[in-house]
Design a protein around this ligand. Structure first.
Ligand code: PEP
Length: 255
């Protein structure tokens, strides 16, 4: 059975002081919670802080992107082996903000996915359509091509050591959440695509998270959908009580 996962994406938020309060609150609030894996993906400078605070707890930590290169003259970049040095378990790749604001296209996202796995990290691969693409009826085509780019570069079986996050771009940070049935429909499509590429056993084992304005109030209904295996959480991951409530909603599914 797939264990639910809830991963927080802190984006470019936080200070040493606010992070410490948040991390301590998460440790206290999530201690002993079974049936869900929890992780926070923090800004690079705070990886050491997250590692120190979370070592020995069940809460994992990770980064929000990485270089597709392992080492070299790439000013400003951070590599997979560096993230491993800081104890990261996860790294987000292909987040829509990386795609839209930093020009990351499918081939680069696929190269980052491969680099993450080369370093022993679990990539959280984000896919999702814009509002215009949804309204044009292109949701499945967009998600399929984003997924297929990674399958072509890494091989379908590589997805067994990865997490997929369906994040409709129109729902990220907008307060507008996909309905549970909209989310389920795309998750089911992604799982079917994985089955076609790599077989039913592979597809059945891959956690597919939903992301896009998940809150404590809507998490339960989203996570009850059969193919929704937890969430990638932006804004609500910065508020301890909200994030904890979302983790509890996922744990209820995993129990
Ligand atoms: C995200 O950044 O991945 C995200 C889902 O953000 P939010 O929860 O704020 O919509």
């Amino acid at each position: 059975m797939r264990q639910p996962l809830v991963a927080g994406n802190w984006k470019m938020h936080g200070t040493l002081a606010t992070n410490q309060r948040l991390l301590e609150a998460l440790k206290a609030g999530l201690a002993g919670l079974a049936g869900v894996q929890v992780a926070v993906c923090v800004p690079f400078p705070y990886l050491a802080q997250a590692g120190q605070a979370l070592a020995g707890t069940g809460i994992g930590w990770g980064a929000q992107t990485l270089s597709e290169h392992d080492t070299g003259a790439y000013t400003g970049e951070v590599s997979g082996p560096m993230l491993r040095d800081f104890g990261c378990r996860y790294v987000i790749v292909g987040h829509s903000e990386r795609r839209s604001l930093f020009g990351e296209r499918d081939p680069q996202v696929a190269a980052k996915f491969v680099a993450a796995q080369r370093a022993g990290l679990t990539p959280i691969l984000c896919v999702g359509e814009t509002l215009a693409e949804r309204e044009a009826g292109a949701t499945e085509a967009v998600v399929a091509s984003q997924l297929d780019a990674v399958i072509a570069a890494a091989g379908a079986q590589a997805l067994a050591q990865a997490v997929v996050a369906y994040e409709p771009v129109w729902a990220i940070g907008t307060g507008r959440t996909a309905t549970p049935s909209q989310a389920q429909a795309v998750h089911e499509f992604i799982r079917a695509r994985l089955a076609t590429a790599g077989g039913a056993a592979l597809a059945g084992g891959v956690a597919i998270l939903y992301g896009g304005s998940v809150k404590a109030a809507n998490a339960g209904e989203l996570f009850r959908q059969p193919d929704v295996d937890g969430g990638l959480i932006g804004g609500a991951s910065l508020v301890a009580e909200d994030f904890i409530a979302i983790c509890r909603a996922a744990a209820a599914k995993g129990a």
